[in-house]
Every structure is written in C-alpha cells, then in structure tokens.
Design a protein around this ligand. Structure first.
Ligand code: URA
Length: 434
C-alpha cells in the first residue's frame, strides 16, 4: 500500500477502506509514515470529509493504537462523562459525587486545562496531596469501593491521537468533524466504560461556535458510540457566557463545594441535572429521567452528595479539610472589581475572553509545561439577562500580580455588552442527541 495513492484517493473524494485506514493510523503511530504525508492527508480529509464507516474505522484504529482499559471487574454499568470544553466548567466536580452517592459507578478519565478552558485534574489538585495519576488497579478498586474515581489520561491511551492532534494543531486541520470525532471517541472507547454522556458545548467559549456545527459533531460522536455498542447520548449546552460565576481553579472548586451543599448557581445545576439524569437512566438505577433528577436533588439536599465528595478527595490522598473549611484555600492578594460603564442589562459576557483573561492572570496554560496559579481568576457578579447600574461590579478580578490586572480588566470590558433593552437569561440546554 503506497501512502501516495491513499492521499490521492482522498484528494479525489474517494472512500478509504478499513484496511487502508488501519495502515495509515498504525504506520503513523509507529513512525513509518512521515508527518508531511499525513499532513497532506489531513488536509484532503478536511476538504473531502469521511463517511460514517470511515469515521468508525478511524476511531477504532486510533483506539487500538494503545491500551484499552478493562473495567469488567467493576460492578454495574460504568459511565463516563466528557465535555468538549468550556469556561467555568466545573460540572464533573459536582456531577460525579452526586451520581456516585446514588450508586452510579463513575470511572472518569479527565484532562488538564489548555488555552482558555480549564481541566478537572488541575482543579482537583487544589486539594493538597490529591493524586490524579492512579494506577489501573487503584482506579478500579476505588470505583468498586466508593463508586467514584477520577484520574488523568494514562500515557498509552490512544497514542495515535496524541501524534495526530499535534499535527492537526499546526496544519489548520483541527476543526473537521471526522477528525474531532475520531480524536474524542477513540479516547472514550479506550477508557472502557459501558456508557458515555457527552456535554457538547456551543457558543463563544466553546470549540463549536454554532448550534449547527455542534449538532453535527454530537450526531457524529453518538453514531460512532452506538456502532461500538455503547450506551451514548450528547447534550448540547450553552457556552456563550462562563458557566456559573467562578472562572479559575480554586475559585471554581469553592463554587463546586457550595453547589454540592445546595448553593449552586442555577445554570451550573441545570447542566449537572440534565447530564446526571441521563447517566442515571443509562445506569438503570432509575429509568425515568424526571425521577432520576429528583434522586439527584435529594442527594444534594440530604448531604450525601457532599459527603461522597469528601470521601472521594480522601480516597485519592487529598486533604478534604479544605472541602469542609473553604477558608483554607489561599486567596489571591488582590481582589478588584470591574465596574459597569453604563446602566442597562447585561447582553453578553463573552466566555472565551473571560477564559483568556483568567489565563492572563496565571490561571491557565499556554503550553502543557506552564504552571498554574491556583488562586487567581474571575468571579462574576452578574449574568446575562441581569440588570446593572453604572459603577456596579460586573465581576471581580482575583490576581496575585498587580501588573496583570489592567490588561485583564480591558479584556473583560471589551467582552461585556451592556445595553438599555431588557434581555433574557440564557437557555442552557440547547438540544439532546440520543
Ligand atoms: N478535543 C479532543 O480531544 N480532540 C479534538 O479533536 C477536539 C477536542
């Protein structure tokens, strides 16, 4: 099989066979096919796309390029949840303990933050001692013992994706539906759960800026999951403004703790309950979504969700006294309001700019080597749809470096739209693909 011929085939819009796709993925992963030929192929795929069969083969070939977790020794229907990324997204921190406290086994592999979006493992490391790199055995034992474990992605999980993603990143071929589907679903399938619930974010702070694109991606991923015999659903959620009020690691952890104690922001809880009720239905603990939601609300109200969170942090070596006493989190040195420049209603708090502003304060990474400042970030005082008076704070900047405040303030001001006309709060749940 000549790589030249395969590039030519895709360039002309023809279909690649299963064998050809495995040849490409394996050859690239083990270094036999050079970057320049894969770059050309990626661009051909970008313009010609892949049909569902090709996407499935691409996903499976990428899944098979490394380890596949065997979770069969965990009792019950094992469930994973994945978000395509957002700003202020602390959903896993709240959702995981709630459904684990109901008895749903949560075996979750999470990533680290990059760019303007945050990562769950980084946030969990707010608890001193937290171990986000469990061995497979420890991961499985913990899910069996307490129903929840969250670990970073193991090194040899879908290695083809690591190489391909890095190449897509420098060849302007990241935003193509077949390639995104293969990338996300290969890792989800290698993680070995029986069911997957996808949070496909849509809007300014999301990877997919429009509903149409997000729907296309959601349908593509659900399709592949079903072909691989998984229970799978995707929920499209709004990411035009940050989720909840807090952006930044410790600030988001504190918001998540408050949410588990029953004081969660409405928009965050809407996403948590929608994804969670779908997960409970997949687990077969409750088959009715409305009743599943009630179970979750009860778990928050009676304290069992928060207790599960404490148990989970302790099980992974974290100091859970930070959860019971949030004043232990080191605050940032400076807390500075960003004031509204006119009266009116908040029409936009553009999520991406808030994520970038938090990153500019030290709260995010530009490269995987960067060290995060856990204390910094932004706490909103208003959400889209709220009335605001001139001089009232839109949000508060939490900073440790005084010289970074002015720039963050400018970013926030240009990402905020205040207008005299009333406007509605945002609808969080945009669509569901099952
Ligand atoms: N997230 C991934 O893991 N892969 C993509 O291609 C895009 C988002």
């Amino acid at each position: 099989m000549r790589m030249y011929d395969l590039i030519e085939k895709k360039k002309l819009g023809e279909e690649l066979s299963t064998q050809e796709i495995y040849h490409i993925v394996n050859g690239y992963t083990n270094g036999e096919i050079p970057d320049y030929q894969i770059s050309a192929l990626l661009m051909a795929i970008y313009f010609r796309g892949m049909n569902v069969r090709e996407r499935y083969d691409l996903t499976m070939a990428m899944r098979d390029s490394g380890d596949i977790l065997d979770l069969s020794s965990i009792d019950g229907v094992k469930i994973d949840k994945h978000s395509t990324g957002g700003v202020g997204d602390k959903v896993t921190l709240v959702l995981g303990p709630i459904i684990a406290s109901i008895g749903v086994p949560v075996a979750k592999m999470s990533g680290r933050g990059l760019g303007h979006t945050g990562g769950t493992i980084d946030k969990l490391e707010a608890f001193p001692g937290f171990n986000g790199a469990l061995s497979e055995e420890a991961f499985i034992n913990q899910v069996n013992n307490i129903k929840i474990a969250v670990t970073g992605q193991s090194k040899n999980l879908a290695p083809a994706d690591k190489k391909l993603y890095a190449l897509r990143d420098v060849t302007a071929t990241v935003d193509e539906i077949s390639l995104i589907t293969g990338s996300i679903m290969s890792k989800k399938l290698a993680a070995g759960t029986d069911a997957i619930v996808l949070d496909v974010t849509v809007g300014d702070g999301a990877f997919m800026k429009t509903k149409e694109k997000a729907l296309e991606l959601a349908k593509s991923m659900v399709d592949i999951g079903k072909r691989a015999d998984k229970k799978i659903a995707a929920v499209l959620t709004n990411m035009d403004e940050p989720l909840g009020f807090a952006v930044g690691n410790n600030l988001e952890v504190i918001e998540a703790i408050n949410a588990l104690k029953g004081n969660g922001p409405e928009d965050l809880m809407e996403v948590v309950y929608e994804l969670g009720s779908q997960m409970i239905v997949f687990s077969e603990i409750e088959t009715d979504k409305v009743k599943a939601r009630k179970l979750m609300e009860n778990a928050v109200a009676d304290g069992s969700a928060f207790n599960k969170f404490v148990e989970f942090i302790q099980a992974q070596g974290g100091d859970s006294s930070f959860a019971t006493d949030i004043s232990k989190f080191e605050p940032a040195k400076y807390v500075v309001p960003v004031e509204a420049q006119s009266d009116g209603y908040v029409h936009a708090l553009k999520a991406e700019a808030f994520g970038l502003a938090s990153m500019s304060l030290g709260g995010g990474r530009e490269t995987f080597e960067d060290v995060i400042d856990m204390a910094v970030g932004i706490v909103l005082n208003k959400k889209v749809g709220d009335e605001i008076k001139k001089g009232e704070p839109i949000c508060y900047i939490h900073a440790n470096d005084e010289s970074k405040i002015k720039n963050a303030m400018e970013m926030i001001n240009s990402a905020t739209v205040i207008a005299p006309e009333k406007c509605n709060h945002m609808d969080l749940i945009i669509d569901i693909v099952e």
